[in-house]
Design a protein around this ligand. Structure first.
Ligand SMILES: C[S@@+](CC[C@H](N)C(=O)[O-])C[C@H]1O[C@@H](n2cnc3c(N)ncnc32)[C@H](O)[C@@H]1O
Length: 215
């Protein structure tokens, strides 16, 4: 390639280079595409949920599911998973005898996927996946509750659970502990760690603390 060719090629490439407007268009399109994936696929149904309460979908590993079941061993009755994702914890709870086993999940794709997995496993209509905002469901008759949510929402969740759950309830959290409650049992290590909370004990401790601070 001689000098003339080289200059010609360089001029061509310079002619094709992106201006500020081109870059702005690319940035805009990328932003829109990211928002579309976020709003349409990852977090549909979350428009009415305040941003600080939005928790993305990260499914529990089989060891995490196993640890939840270990902490609920010997218990029975109604079991709910708050933010049930693809329904794996609810399905396992049903297999272990919890009835009814219910998942509350806002993402409609995940609710459909949960129903598909339940059908595939032969448990169609045996488990219930409801497209509901977990902050709006009443939990007064839930005696077994599992929670795999982000630490940012757990303080608010403590308040809701304390106000609504009966004394017989047991709450199991995975990945993160509840910020102020004392667990009655812990299993697993690292990311697989799970914590169990006995509502009666937590309620008594909370009342005692309130009485002490009133004195
Ligand atoms: C970390 S994932 C856990 C999924 C499932 N529990 C598991 O462990 O496999 C949290 C789930 O909660 C759902 N979620 C977050 N906020 C919610 C809300 N306000 N109401 C119902 N579901 C919610 C998300 O869509 C997501 O699927």
């Amino acid at each position: 390639m001689d000098q003339d060719d080289l200059e010609e090629r360089t001029a061509e490439l310079q002619g094709k280079s992106l201006g500020g407007w081109g870059l702005l268009q690319i940035a805009g399109c990328t932003g829109l595409a990211t928002y579309a994936v976020w709003a349409g696929i990852l977090m549909p149904g979350f428009r009415k949920v305040p941003l600080k309460l939005q928790v993305p979908y990260i499914p529990a590993s089989s060891q995490q599911v196993e640890n939840v079941m270990a902490l609920l061993k010997g218990r029975s009755g109604k079991m709910v998973d708050l933010g049930s994702g693809d329904g794996r914890i609810v399905l396992e709870a049903h297999k272990r005898g919890f009835q009814p086993a219910i998942g509350y999940e806002l993402n409609p794709w995940l609710v459909r996927l949960s129903n598909f997995y339940a059908w595939k496993a032969g448990y169609h209509r045996k488990v219930s996946y409801q497209r509901k905002d977990l902050w709006k469901v009443r939990l007064h008759d839930c005696v077994n509750v599992s929670v795999f949510l982000a630490p940012s929402v757990l303080a608010l969740l403590e308040t809701k659970l304390l106000a609504e759950l009966p004394d017989e309830a047991c709450v199991v959290t995975g990945r993160f502990p509840l910020p102020t409650w004392a667990p009655s049992n812990i299993v697993g290590e690292g990311v697989n760690k799970a914590w169990a909370y006995d509502l009666k004990t937590v309620r008594q401790a909370t009342q005692k603390k309130a009485q002490e601070s009133a004195v």
